[in-house]
Design a protein around this ligand. Structure first.
Ligand code: 2HG
Ligand code: ZN
Length: 470
């Protein structure tokens, strides 16, 4: 970076630390999956909202592009700068205080750089639950979760990240601070401005803090593993479970046999819950707060009805915390297992729940017609109609070369099938730079016009996270 800008930056933003040496900034220049490599002027580590504001005002006047970055666990390159080397990375990790927790209002005010696990633990200390939950929770940051509207493992019951927010504090591209940190549950006064920044992936401003919704902590929790007859039966099982269990289903995760086998072969100390081999597996978790429900009895009833209706072939209920952890490990380790097996071409598609089986059928046939030797790793949040329709290279070829040559075509085949069923090409991972062209190609002209007008209004100089989303 030019020495003069650095001197000026340090003079204008004295409390902020700037990293400039190649070794120190290197981790900020590559995304989680190493799909994108960028360059940057420097990495700024502001510790307060005022410091973020000063920094952004400086960048705005000098027309320096800004790339906000949280835990850098995203899947679409949304926090990785481009190759120009002119952008300032704004890393939020030092803006990491719990500002307030109000158990009577069931709210927690968190700064952007807290990890998701920090937020969950802060709520738990008051016997409260912050329900957003995902494999990367120890390192992803709440600001990133909100900016990308993250999903995860309990969306079925509690919604996506945007559903868990009451108020936001945002620094706009010119450094102005929007204090929207309201804890009101009802505020029907015109446009809901916070929604613009939730899911905007840092293209409109930087989320610095949020008032989050909390829930009573679960006092009873039961976990079951079931083998479904097929995918349609698994979907029917979901409806049955919601009805029989008083809508207490927190997670309803699907694993195809292939995805499960990947974990069993790649991850040490894992074991299939069943002695027999089944093609379709469901990890089902139910939870309640309070003492009145008998979840175990409800689940046993579910097993009985589901077997009678020929939806399931086998089922187990965990007896110990260790057994529960083992089951969740099977699900949460799938991405790591895919990596260990040479990596995958990932898809994050969603359709209405009733359409999931048809999507899998159509997309599998479309892919196999052109790539008969590929291996599938299908799994995901079936309760949300969201599948990770991931594809591994044929066992006999070089995985990296196969992906480089064929990922685009394979993704096109999968996304086309999702679109034909009115689905989404990005249910929970966002757009970033990976899916930006897909967004441009598939959103309606009116939707694109509205998005571009919003961008132009909030970020007239186009400095916020350039090249992402739009
Ligand atoms: C999950 O559900 C994550 O485990 C990652 O969204 C999905 O790696 C993937 O494809
Ligand atoms: Zn997922």
């Amino acid at each position: 970076m030019s020495a003069e800008i650095l001197v000026e930056l340090r003079r204008c933003c004295p409390p902020t630390t700037f990293l400039t040496t190649p070794e120190l900034i290197a981790p900020y220049l590559v995304d989680e999956r190493a799909l994108f490599h960028g360059r940057a002027l420097a990495v700024a580590l502001p510790e307060t909202t005022a410091a973020v504001s000063e920094l952004m005002r400086f960048c705005y006047t000098r027309e320096i592009p800004m790339v906000p970055q949280g835990g850098n666990t995203g899947y679409c390159g949304g926090a990785t700068p481009d190759a120009s080397g002119v952008a300032m990375i704004i890393a939020l990790s030092r803006l990491n205080r719990i500002r307030e927790i109000d158990p009577s209002s069931f709210t927690l005010t968190a700064e952007a750089g807290l990890t998701l696990a920090d937020v969950q633990q802060a709520a738990a200390r008051h016997q409260l639950l912050f329900p957003l939950s995902m494999g990367s929770e120890a390192s992803c940051q709440i600001g990133g979760n909100l900016s990308t509207n993250a999903g995860g493992l309990a969306v079925l019951r509690y919604g996506m990240a945007r559903d868990l927010v009451l108020g936001l504090e945002v620094v706009l591209p010119n450094g102005e601070i929007w204090d929207g940190l309201t804890a009101l549950r009802k505020d029907n006064t015109g446009y809901d401005i916070k929604q613009l920044f939730l899911g905007a992936e840092g293209t409109l401003g930087v989320i610095t803090a949020a008032v989050l919704k909390l829930y009573p902590a679960s006092t009873q929790r039961e976990t079951a593993w079931l083998a479904a007859v097929d995918l349609s039966a698994a979907c029917a099982l979901l409806g049955l479970a919601r009805r029989l269990l008083n809508d207490c289903v927190t997670s309803f995760e699907y694993l195809s046999l292939a995805a499960l086998e990947l974990v069993l072969t790649q991850v040490p100390e894992t074991r299939c819950p069943f002695a027999q081999v089944y093609a379709h597996h469901v990890l089902l978790e139910v939870s309640v707060s309070g003492e009145s429900s008998d979840l175990r009895r409800g689940l046993l009833k579910l097993f009985e009805v589901a077997e009678r209706e020929q939806l399931v072939l086998d089922a187990v209920l965990t007896e110990t915390l260790a057994q529960r952890a083992d089951l969740w490990r099977l699900r949460e380790k799938i991405p790591a297992a895919e990596r260990a097996a040479g990596g995958s071409i990932k898809h994050d598609v969603s359709v209405a729940i009733a359409g999931v089986a048809e999507l899998v059928d159509r997309a599998s046939r479309a892919v196999l017609a052109e790539f008969p030797a590929v291996r599938f790793s299908l799994y995901g949040h079936l309760g949300d109609g969201n599948l990770h329709f991931n594809i591994l290279a044929p066992a006999t070829v070089d995985a990296l070369a196969f992906r480089a040559r064929n990922a685009e075509r394979i993704s096109m085949l999968v996304h086309t099938q999702a679109a034909e069923l009115n689905g989404s090409f990005s249910a929970e991972h966002g757009v970033g730079q990976l899916k930006r062209d897909l967004l441009a190609a598939t959103k309606s002209p009116v939707a694109l016009m509205l998005m571009r007008q919003i961008k132009q209004t909030l970020d007239p100089k186009g400095l916020m996270n350039p090249g992402k989303v739009l």
